[in-house]
Design a binder for this molecule. Structure first.
Ligand code: HAM
Length: 418
């Protein structure tokens, strides 16, 4: 038997209600903050991600689904959206049409990571990108939208972590200091961190290994090397978060796994999802548009993992969604009336009622069982003497009451059910 590929997951009808709920909420919140949707292709030229996210990052160096297509082009399934959104922004000159573009997305992403709870190879993100302003209010707005969505889902144990990575210049100075500090402690670091010393030294800071964290105890802090404009913007972000009552923790080790960040970075963590605790992450990327060939344009954004969020909801039992109901199940007493049933169903459906009936030649008793299984609010019985009199029987399944209605008075039937 052919099975789904490791790290991919079917979303079955029994789960889809949760997805609809989450997607609806995401669209509502983004719409309230005046973000509009953008959809980009599932695959892009590999060089977009290599240049955008950074050659030395784990995503680009280890996790991308890359292939050469039949035309000889190297293409990659998108591991994240920011690079694709920026590519589309440049390609369609969106910055010339509107000075500030507030964009959002909901889309599948692909990373060949080791699958575990909350970590998949095809997963889904929702996220937002604001291109065209360096206002720290937008940084805070990103955190606010992400936090609100998670709160609306009933999640409780959330920790918002924020940091500033400063400008590339201030970061370079810090990297040198960190390199000096670690130079005689190399042997005490894990192999992974030793590898990062040369290529991606900042990532050592957010290593989860205790061994690394011990070495880092007295390491210089990135914060002490920030330039004044980064400090000012970081303070503005914090002040705004304070004023709208969003609690946060400062974490000077939050460097994130993508190279494009400048200034603010943030993550929202839940303790309820095991080791894959980061529900969302983001930050400012003021140089990315230019690096990808566009005019200098500041940007900020975030993305959240939807499987992880739904896992947190499940573990906290925070979603109490109503079971799916249908409005009417039509039960026919005599098989010859199947045409009449189909015709009536069609008319009711065109009047925006959720209607179903039996397609399996079942007995009346089995049809009733099906009506109950489908959680139908009403049953319409067609047949018998009532039918000969031009009537049908409408039964309300929640209180058991029933009444006879004229078969040809569609409006009356609809009025009773709506
Ligand atoms: P990221 O931190 O790589 O950032 O991913 C964002 C979120 O996607 C993570 O916090 C996590 O919830 C989810 N995620 C990542 N990998 C997986 C996986 N293998 N399985 C399940 N969920 C996963 C970005 O992607 C940036 N583009 C965010 C951003 C937007 N920064 C600025 N704008």
């Amino acid at each position: 038997m052919i099975k789904a590929i490791t790290g991919t997951k079917d979303i079955l009808p029994s789960d889809v209600t949760k997805w609809h709920h989450l997607e609806g909420l995401v669209r509502k919140v983004f719409n309230n903050y005046n973000y509009v949707e953008i959809r980009t292709p599932v695959f892009e030229q590999t060089s977009l991600f290599a240049r955008g996210i950074g050659e030395e990052t784990d995503i680009v160096s280890k996790e991308m689904y890359t292939m050469i297509d039949r035309g000889g082009t190297s293409i990659t399934l998108k591991p994240e959206m920011t690079a694709g959104v920026v590519r589309a922004f440049i390609e369609h000159s969106l910055g010339e049409k509107t000075s500030l573009n507030k964009l959002y997305y909901i889309s599948p992403m692909f990373r060949q990571e080791r699958p575990q709870a909350g970590r998949l190879r095809q997963f889904h993100q929702f996220g937002a990108e604001a291109l065209g302003s360096s206002s720290p209010f937008l940084d805070a707005e990103m955190i606010e939208m992400a936090y609100l969505i998670l709160k609306h889902l009933g999640l409780k144990d959330l920790i918002v972590k924020i940091n500033s990575l400063g400008t590339p210049e201030s970061r370079e100075v810090y990297k040198n200091e960190l390199r000096k500090f670690l130079s005689d402690k190399k042997d005490k670091l894990t192999d992974d961190s030793q590898n990062r010393l040369e290529k991606n030294i900042l990532r050592i800071l957010d290593s989860k290994a205790e061994q690394d964290q011990e070495v880092l105890l007295n390491a210089p802090s990135l914060f002490d090397y920030l330039d004044q404009s980064s400090i000012n913007d970081f303070n503005a972000v914090k002040n705004y978060l304070n004023s709208i009552n969003i609690p946060y923790e400062e974490d000077t080790k939050l460097v994130r796994g993508l190279d494009y960040y400048t200034k603010t970075t943030f993550e929202i963590i839940s303790n309820k999802v095991g080791s894959q605790s980061s529900l969302c992450g983001g930050g400012r990327y003021d140089l990315l548009v230019e690096e990808l060939g566009g005019k200098p344009t500041p940007g900020v954004g975030f993305a959240a993992g939807m499987e992880r969020i739904l896992l947190a909801c499940e573990n906290e039992n925070s979603l109490n969604l109503p079971e799916r109901q249908i409005d009417v199940f039509i039960v026919r007493l005599e098989k010859e009336l199947q045409y009449k049933v189909a015709e009536l169903a069609s008319e009711l459906r065109r009047n925006e009622l959720i209607v179903d009936y039996d397609y399996l030649d079942r007995s009346v008793k089995a049809q009733m069982r099906e009506a109950n299984r489908l959680n139908s609010r009403f049953v319409l019985f067609i047949g018998g003497e009532e039918f000969n009199r031009g009537e049908i029987v409408l039964k309300n399944l929640s209180d058991g009451t029933q009444e006879n209605l004229k078969l040809n008075d569609l409006n009356e039937i609809i009025k009773r059910v709506k």
